[in-house]
Design a protein around this ligand. Structure first.
Ligand SMILES: Cc1cc2nc3c(=O)[nH]c(=O)nc-3n(C[C@H](O)[C@H](O)[C@H](O)COP(=O)(O)OP(=O)(O)OC[C@H]3O[C@@H](n4cnc5c(N)ncnc54)[C@H](O)[C@@H]3O)c2cc1C
Length: 343
């Protein structure tokens, strides 16, 4: 009999992030698909009761918690100790957790301590004939594998954005607190602050409906033989402000910014989409002034509807990589789009 543990940590305000509800959806579906399995929840955070109450209507049989000031911040030693203690108390055989940076850092280590195994970047979990399998992508999202494991406990870190969040309601959860013995060395590391871009300079928005990708064409000479970088910046910024889209980029444009020819001062390597960049998840994507080459478009694996604007009717997007290609001047199209969005 499998004991499925949904393992979660709270955010700074004591609530759960969306990725917890996505992982809970996976854990509850797995529980439903595995006859005689048990679903339990484990929570880590400074205060966990409000978060536990927020999902109290889920089909979990029991709640375990580790709480206290030491568990407020993300820190390998305390997070690993808390997760280990909960897994032992719950006697978990399958641990489903959101692949947050906090859990990505520590859960492989916890699996090692418990003699288990961990799979990261899981995008699907299924149960058939009593056997569990997980799906994940390899070779920069070019190949998808379905894997099974005999080893327990089996840790599954669910990629945020890959699942629909569970809609279970709240109530009152009775949480069994688990004691953790922390030595002084566990408290050596402290988070002393968070540095992040100002809200209006934050261009990466994982929850946005649209991924807007800019390519090197924005900086190339146009029909009049001139480059038009200031106009490009104004059009791109204007569109991001009006649409609240997330900003992606091709490698070429990111590299140019790194070399000091900053067409978009707020563009960094973090915006790069592709083989050596990110693989974001959004319902829609619009690529502009980008050729659609293979190393770039492998990063579009999880974009549901893809559109592109390119002057070249033979660009990569035209060869099956976009659902819709507008053969048009992106400067003109985006000027019109911005006008429509702001009037
Ligand atoms: C090992 C390896 C890994 C790589 N990893 C990545 C990666 O992770 N991500 C990535 O992006 N690339 C990656 N690359 C590079 C990739 O192969 C391409 O070189 C790069 O994506 C090209 O960027 P681009 O399309 O912006 O530029 P370009 O190839 O220069 O294309 C610019 C496009 O803009 C169009 N254009 C110009 N003006 C306009 C206009 N007014 N309106 C509309 N269209 C216009 C042109 O027609 C052209 O198609 C990798 C390469 C290698 C070898």
């Amino acid at each position: 009999m499998e004991t499925i543990l949904l393992l979660a940590h709270t955010e700074a305000d004591g609530s759960f992030g969306k990725s917890v509800r996505e992982a809970l959806h996976v854990a509850a579906s797995l529980h439903k698909g595995l006859a005689s399995s048990k679903l339990v929840v484990g929570l880590i955070g400074e205060n966990i009761q409000a978060a536990a109450d927020s999902i109290a209507a889920c089909p979990a049989a029991k709640y375990f918690g580790v709480a206290g000031a030491e568990f407020a911040q993300a820190r390998y030693a305390t997070d690993a100790a808390a997760a280990e203690a909960i897994c032992r108390a719950a006697q978990a055989t399958v641990v489903v957790a959101p692949a947050t940076s906090r859990f990505n850092r520590c859960l492989a280590g916890v699996a090692q301590r418990l003699g288990g195994r961990a799979d990261t970047h899981v995008t699907g979990v299924a149960a058939e004939n009593g056997k569990i399998s997980v799906n994940r992508w390899y070779y920069r999202q070019r190949m998808e594998a379905a894997q099974q494991r005999m080893q327990r406990p089996w840790f599954m870190l669910i990629d945020p954005g890959s699942q629909s969040p569970c809609g279970c309601g709240g109530g009152t959860a009775s949480v069994e607190m688990v004691a953790v013995n922390l030595t002084d060395t566990c408290r050596r590391t402290n988070v002393i602050g968070i540095r992040e871009p100002k809200a209006d300079a934050q261009t990466i928005r994982p929850d946005a409906q649209l991924l807007f990708v800019t390519g090197a064409g924005w900086t190339k000479k146009q029909a009049d033989g001139q480059t038009h970088s200031p106009e490009a910046e104004q059009l791109i910024r204007g569109f991001l402000q009006a649409s609240r889209a997330s900003l992606g980029s091709s490698k070429s444009l990111v590299d140019q910014s790194g070399e000091g020819q900053a067409v978009l001062p707020f563009l960094s390597h973090l915006n790069q989409v592709g083989q050596t960049g990110a693989t974001p998840r959004h319902p829609k994507g619009l690529s502009t002034c980008c050729h659609g080459e293979e190393p770039h478009t492998v990063g579009w694996r999880f974009i549901a509807e893809r559109r592109a604007i390119n002057l070249d009717p033979n660009c990569g997007w035209a060869r099956g990589k976009a659902d819709v290609l507008y053969v048009a001047d992106a400067f003109k199209v985006m000027a019109k789009v911005n006008e429509l969005l702001t009037t």
